[in-house]
Write a protein that binds this ligand. Structure first.
Ligand code: RM4
Ligand code: MN
Ligand code: MN
Length: 432
C-alpha cells in the first residue's frame, strides 16, 4: 500500500471548515424544509450526489491558449508530476475528481508504473486515456497534415492506429479502463476528399483499434462539428458517431463533448437518443458561447447543463444496456487559475446534477400524462430555481473537502508557493 501524501494540509481545510460549518448547516436546514414540502428527502439526494465522480483532464491544469497567444501563470505545472499534484489539490478540496485523464504523447511517461504509484500517493487514479493524432510530434515518420485514421496513405493510417494501441498499453499499466478517440480529420475545401471514402477508411482503422481494446474496457468516440477541419469533419456529429459505434461493437460508445455541436442544437435530446440505443459512453463537460470555446462548465449556459443532467437522471431510473456514463471535464483555462476553474466547474456540474435530482418525478409525469404543459414545465423549472449549493457543499464537507474550495485554495497559498519552485511555462501559442 502506498501511503497518502496529500498536497494541502488537512489542518488548513479543518480550520477553513470550522468557520463556515454553522452557516452551511443553516442553509442545508432551510433547503431541507423546502424539499420536505415537495415530499423529497434531502439526505437521499445528498447521498446520490456524493457518488458523482468527474475525471480531470491533465491538459486542463496548465493555462490554455488560443491560436493567437498563451499567457502562462507563474507556478503552473510544466510536467506530468506537477499536473498530478494540481489534480490532487482539486480532488482534495472538492472530493469529486478522483481520477485524471491523461493525453498522449503530451503526458510523456518513461515509467507508467511509477506514474501510477505516484498518483496513488496523491490520492488519484487514472481515467480514460486520450490519443493524439491531430498534430505531428518531433521525429514522427508520417505527417498528419492531411489526416490520421482516415488519411489516404495506409502508412499514415497505420501509424495512427499504432499510436492508439500504444495508448491502450499505457492505460493498462495506469489502471485506466477506456480509450477516447478524437480525430481532427476532415477537409478544408469542397472536393478535397470524398465523404464516404474517408468514413470507410475511418472504419477500417477504428476496427483495428477496437480489436486491441481489452475486455472490461470502453472505446469512446468523440464527434465534433468542425475545427481543425473547417469544411467537413469525418466524425462530425452524433449520427455519424452512433453509426460508427454500432459498427464497432459493444465496447464502443459515443462521447458527447458539450462544445462540439452547432449553436442551439438540442444536446439533451441527443443524450436521450444515445441512451435509448445503449450508446451513451460519456461526457466532456465545458461550456461555450460560439463554438468549441472550452469555457468553464456552467459559466454560459447552466440551464443546458441542468437539462443534460435531467436526461441523465431519467436514464438512471430507466437503466438500459448497463447505463454507466463516464464524466470528464474538458476545458481550456485561458485567463483564470486552472485549479480554481476546475473547482468552480466541478461545483457547477454537481449543482446541475443535484437540481436534476430535486425534480419531483412523480408530479412531473402526472402533468406529462394529462398534457398539462405549463405545470410540467413549471415542475422542472421549480427544481432548477432551487439553490443546490447547500447539498453540494454538505456532501463535499462530509467527504473531507472544503466547504468553499476556491477560498480554501487561496488560503493555502498553493500557487505562490509553486511559483517559487516550478520552472516557467512556455508562452508558445496553440492548442491546449
Ligand atoms: C478536442 C477534443 C478532445 C480534446 C482535444 C484537446 O477538441 O475536445 O477531447 O482531447 O480537443
Ligand atoms: Mn473533448
Ligand atoms: Mn473540444
Amino acid at each position: 500500500m502506498t501511503s497518502l501524501r496529500l498536497p494541502i494540509d488537512p489542518e488548513l481545510i479543518a480550520r477553513h471548515n470550522a468557520s463556515r460549518v454553522m452557516a452551511l448547516q443553516d442553509d442545508y436546514g432551510a433547503l431541507s424544509r423546502a424539499l420536505e414540502r415537495r415530499g423529497l428527502a434531502i439526505d437521499a439526494i445528498k447521498a446520490r450526489a456524493a457518488r458523482l465522480e468527474l475525471a480531470t483532464p491533465s491538459w486542463g491544469t496548465g493555462t490554455g491558449g488560443t491560436r493567437f497567444a498563451r499567457f502562462p501563470l507563474a507556478g503552473e505545472p510544466t510536467n506530468l508530476d506537477e499536473k498530478l499534484e494540481d489534480c490532487s489539490v482539486v480532488h482534495e478540496l472538492c472530493r469529486v475528481t478522483p481520477r485524471v485523464s491523461p493525453h498522449f504523447p503530451w503526458d510523456q511517461m518513461a515509467d507508467p508504473q511509477a506514474v501510477r504509484e505516484r498518483a496513488e500517493q496523491l490520492g488519484l487514479g487514472f481515467d480514460a486515456v486520450n490519443s493524439n493524432t491531430f498534430q505531428d510530434q518531433p521525429g514522427q515518420a508520417q505527417s498528419y497534415r492531411y489526416g490520421s485514421l482516415t488519411h489516404t496513405s495506409p502508412a499514415v493510417r497505420e501509424q495512427a492506429v499504432q499510436h492508439n494501441i500504444e495508448c491502450i498499453e499505457l492505460g493498462r499499466v495506469l489502471g485506466s479502463t477506456a480509450l477516447t478517440v478524437w480525430i481532427g480529420d476532415g477537409t478544408n475545401f469542397p472536393g478535397q476528399q470524398q465523404f464516404s471514402d474517408s468514413l470507410d477508411r475511418y472504419l477500417e482503422s477504428a476496427r483495428k483499434i477496437y480489436a486491441a481494446i481489452p475486455n472490461g474496457w470502453h472505446m469512446f468516440i468523440e464527434h465534433k462539428l468542425y475545427e481543425p477541419a473547417f469544411y467537413s469533419s469525418v466524425i462530425s456529429d452524433w449520427g455519424t458517431n452512433i453509426l460508427v459505434a454500432k459498427e464497432l461493437g459493444d465496447k464502443a460508445g459515443c462521447l458527447i463533448d458539450l462544445g462540439h455541436h452547432a449553436p442551439s442544437v438540442n444536446i439533451e435530446q441527443i443524450v436521450a437518443r444515445l441512451h435509448a440505443f445503449g450508446k451513451l459512453g460519456g461526457f466532456h463537460f465545458n461550456d461555450s458561447k460560439y463554438g468549441d470555446d472550452d469555457l468553464d462548465s456552467g459559466s454560459i449556459n447552466p440551464h443546458q447543463l441542468f437539462l443534460v443532467f435531467n436526461e441523465l437522471v431519467i436514464a438512471e431510473q430507466d437503466r438500459r444496456h448497463g447505463f454507466d456514463p463516464a464524466y470528464m471535464i474538458d476545458q481550456s483555462h485561458n485567463v483564470t487559475d486552472p485549479v480554481e476553474s476546475l473547482l468552480s466547474s466541478a461545483e457547477a456540474i454537481c449543482a446541475a446534477f443535484v437540481k436534476a435530482l430535486m425534480v419531483d418525478r412523480h408530479v412531473l409525469s402526472d402533468y406529462q400524462r394529462c398534457n398539462d404543459v405549463l405545470m410540467a414545465f413549471r415542475t422542472l423549472r421549480d427544481a432548477y430555481a432551487l439553490d443546490a449549493r447547500p447539498i453540494v457543499a454538505m456532501a463535499r464537507y462530509e467527504a473531507g473537502g472544503a466547504i468553499d474550495p476556491i477560498a480554501a485554495f487561496r488560503e493555502s497559498g498553493w500557487r505562490a508557493a509553486k511559483a517559487a519552485v516550478r520552472s516557467a511555462a512556455s508562452t508558445a501559442a496553440g492548442i491546449v
